[in-house]
Design a protein around this ligand. Structure first.
Ligand code: CLF
Ligand code: SF4
Length: 308
C-alpha cells in the first residue's frame, strides 16, 4: 500500500486532496461531496447497464436520478450547503457519461468555478471521450478524474461492451473494445501527465474479468494513477448480463481479488453512491434535496424518476 502520508503537505493542499472524501479516507470523516446529475446520455453500452437507471460505473445500480440543468446544479450546491456546510467537492457522475455530451458538463464546471471557487470539481467517465476534452476540463478547474477501466485486454473488454458510439460511427464487438481501450489509455496517460489526480474504477464481473484484476492493477501502478477502486458488479435489472444470468459480485469477492496486491493505493471506502448523492459518503442527504425539488418525497427514498 502506498503511504499517502508521505505526500508533500503543500502539494496536497494545492490540489485539495486533504478535503476530497473519495481520494482520501480521512477526509471522508468530515467532508462531503455533491453529485450533479447533468449528464443525460451515454456513448457506450456496458452489458451490466440499463439506461432506465444511473450509470453503474460509479453509482448504485437500480437507482434513477432526476436530470438537472447546469443552472439547477448551482442551485443544488447552495441547497446542500444549507443542510451540510462541509461540502468540499462538486462532481458529475452521470446519470449517463459525463463526456458523452461534454458541453453540458463543461458549462456546469464553468458555473461552479465562478460561484464556488473554493469547491473542488471532480468527474467520472467511461473514458471514451476523455482525451478530446482534457484541455477544457483543465480550464474549467477540474483536478480529480475517475475513469472506469474494466480490462486492459481487448478480448476481455469485448465481453463487457456491446457497442461504442464515436464521432458518429457505431463500433461493435472487438472493434468497440479496441477503440474504447485505446481512448481510455490515451486519456488516462494524458490526464496523469497534465497533473490531474486520477482514480481508476474497475467493476468486478465474475467469470469475465475477476481473473484479470491483477493485470489491471499492474497497469494502474505503472500508469501513475493515484488510486484503484474495485467495485462489485450488481447487474442492473433488464441489462444484458442480468438477462443471461450473469451473477453480480460481492464485497468479499473484491476483498479476495485485491488482498494480495502490493504497492498500490486501493480505495476501500467507496459507497457506490447515486449520481445525485449529497453529503458525507456515509450519510446520503440527497433525499432532502429531492424533497425540496419535487415538493414531496417519493415512497422509496432510493428511487425516483427522471423528468425526461
Ligand atoms: Fe463523486 Fe466519484 Fe468524484 Fe467521489 S464518488 S465522482 S470520486 S466525488 Fe466516491 Fe461515490 Fe465511490 Fe465514486 S464513494 S462511487 S468513488
Ligand atoms: Fe451505462 Fe456504461 Fe454508459 Fe455508465 S458508461 S451509463 S454503465 S453504458
Amino acid at each position: 500500500m502506498i503511504n499517502t502520508n508521505k505526500i508533500n503537505e503543500k502539494s496536497k493542499s494545492k490540489i485539495g486532496l486533504e478535503k476530497h472524501p473519495c481520494f482520501n479516507r480521512e477526509a471522508a470523516k468530515n467532508f462531503g461531496r455533491v453529485h450533479l446529475p447533468v449528464a443525460a446520455s451515454c456513448n457506450i453500452s456496458c452489458n451490466y447497464c440499463h439506461r432506465d437507471y444511473d450509470c453503474p460505473n460509479e453509482s448504485r445500480p437500480g437507482v434513477t436520478s432526476k436530470l438537472i440543468s447546469p443552472e439547477e446544479a448551482v442551485e443544488r450546491i447552495w441547497e446542500i450547503k444549507k443542510i451540510f456546510e462541509n461540502i468540499s467537492v462538486a462532481a458529475i457522475a452521470g446519470p449517463g457519461d459525463s463526456l458523452s455530451e461534454p458541453e453540458v458538463t463543461l458549462k456546469t464546471f464553468e458555473l461552479i468555478k465562478k460561484e464556488f471557487p473554493e469547491i473542488i470539481p471532480c468527474m467520472s467517465t467511461n473514458g471514451l471521450n476523455l482525451i478530446n476534452n482534457l484541455g477544457e476540463l483543465k480550464n474549467a478547474g477540474v483536478k480529480f478524474i475517475t475513469v472506469t477501466l474494466n480490462a486492459v485486454n481487448a478480448q476481455i473488454a469485448s465481453k463487457i461492451y456491446r457497442y461504442v458510439k464515436y464521432k458518429g460511427v457505431i463500433y461493435t464487438e472487438k472493434d468497440a473494445a479496441k477503440l474504447l481501450l485505446e481512448n481510455q489509455i490515451k486519456g488516462i496517460c494524458a490526464a496523469v501527465k497534465n497533473g490531474f489526480k486520477v482514480k481508476i474504477n474497475s467493476v468486478l464481473i465474475p467469470g469475465i474479468n475477476d481473473f484479470h484484476i491483477k493485470e489491471l492493477s499492474e497497469y494502474v501502478k505503472k500508469s501513475g494513477v493515484y488510486m484503484f477502486n474495485v467495485m462489485p458488479m450488481i447487474p442492473a435489472e433488464k441489462s444484458y448480463f442480468y438477462k443471461i444470468g450473469i451473477k453480480g459480485a460481492e464485497r468479499k469477492d473484491v476483498a479476495a481479488v485485491t488482498k494480495g496486491l502490493k504497492d498500490i493505493n486501493i480505495m476501500g471506502h467507496c459507497r457506490q453512491c447515486r449520481s445525485d448523492a449529497a453529503g458525507l459518503l456515509s450519510k446520503d442527504l440527497s433525499y432532502m434535496l429531492n424533497e425540496t425539488a419535487n415538493g414531496a418525497e417519493t415512497e422509496d427514498r432510493h428511487i425516483f424518476f427522471r423528468g425526461h
